[in-house]
Ligand binder design. Structure first.
Ligand SMILES: NC(=O)c1ccc[n+]([C@@H]2O[C@H](COP(=O)([O-])OP(=O)(O)OC[C@H]3O[C@@H](n4cnc5c(N)ncnc54)[C@H](OP(=O)(O)O)[C@@H]3O)[C@@H](O)[C@H]2O)c1
Length: 259
């Protein structure tokens, strides 16, 4: 990880779960991390935690609602002004409503597309632009996908069918981006990381607090789920490979559980 010390990483969805775990890890490896989310105060609080504060890197918070193009634009202007560069872009923000295909609402599907797909595309485009402006040819894009981007959830979890559709699209976009970069003779690398179940706020956001608790009871593997640091370790692995190695796709699942 030596070559990333002092270099700048953007992590979207940094206020909770996997994103917060990735920020914590990258700061420990000496990176300058820009974390964004709507609740920027939670990222500021994370930056004040002892292990983060005493780490060799630094965590900066930017408030950004990824459903809003203008806010993403402003975020990149702020990054350009304060840091002048991006070396690593980790598109982690993503979520699901509980919205089966037969009963889901347009507003829910639209918001999921905005965060899981459109914001990921715009942040990627802007990050690559900033890398190119700075002649950074060893940059890294990481898309946090899902096991749901490789196979559909069991029939009993129809709430997540549309979500899986967005994650299948993330897989396609990852390979498409890799091909576009290679056609430019760029060495910027692109990786999709697809977790199985991770203990985060994901279920709470999908179902609400009470129903999420019931979901956890009805679906025992949540007790043996992955932790955010397990995904952060995969990010560290991707970054720590030498520049000629292009890790395309990683799936990480808990040992227990069928999905
Ligand atoms: N947990 C799992 O089992 C699991 C499995 C496979 C893949 N994943 C993927 O992992 C990624 C992280 O999920 P997680 O489990 O860590 O979920 P989480 O704990 O619910 O965190 C979601 C993050 O996304 C941010 N976010 C949501 N909507 C946003 C918006 N409009 N603008 C800006 N930020 C927004 C949230 O911040 P604010 O609310 O503060 O804006 C939060 O920081 C997602 O892409 C998810 O699909 C999770």
């Amino acid at each position: 990880m030596e070559r990333w010390q002092g270099r700048v990483a953007l992590v979207t969805g940094a206020s909770a779960g996997i994103g917060a775990g990735i920020c914590r890890t990258l700061v420990k490896h000496g990176m300058v991390v820009v974390g964004c989310a709507r609740s920027a105060h939670r990222i500021e609080a994370l930056a004040q935690e002892d292990d983060v504060k005493s780490a060799p890197g630094k965590l900066h918070a930017i408030k950004c609602d990824l459903t809003k193009e203008s806010e993403i634009q402003h975020m990149f202007e702020e990054i350009r002004e304060k840091f002048g560069r991006i070396d690593v872009c980790i598109n982690n923000a993503g979520f699901s409503y509980s919205c089966p295909l037969l009963t889901g609402e347009m507003s829910q599907w639209r918001e999921m597309l905005e965060v899981n797909i459109l914001a990921l595309c715009m942040c990627t485009r802007e990050a690559v632009k900033l890398m190119q402006e700075n002649d950074i040819d060893d940059g890294q894009i990481i898309q946090i996908s899902s096991i749901g981007g490789h196979r559909l959830v069991p029939a009993s979890m129809a709430a997540f069918n549309f979500y899986c559709g967005t994650k299948f699209m993330v897989q396609t976009l990852t390979e498409g981006l890799r091909r576009e970069l290679r056609s430019l003779k760029s060495h910027i690398r692109v990786t999709a990381v697809g977790p199985g179940m991770v203990k985060t706020e994901f279920a709470k956001r999908a179902f609400g607090e009470e129903a999420a608790r019931k979901f956890s009871e009805d679906y025992p593997p949540i007790n043996t789920a992955l932790q955010p640091e397990d995904i952060a370790n995969a990010v560290t692995y991707v970054l720590s490979t030498p520049p000629h190695v292009d890790v395309n796709d990683i799936i990480i699942r808990p040992v227990e559980g069928e999905f």
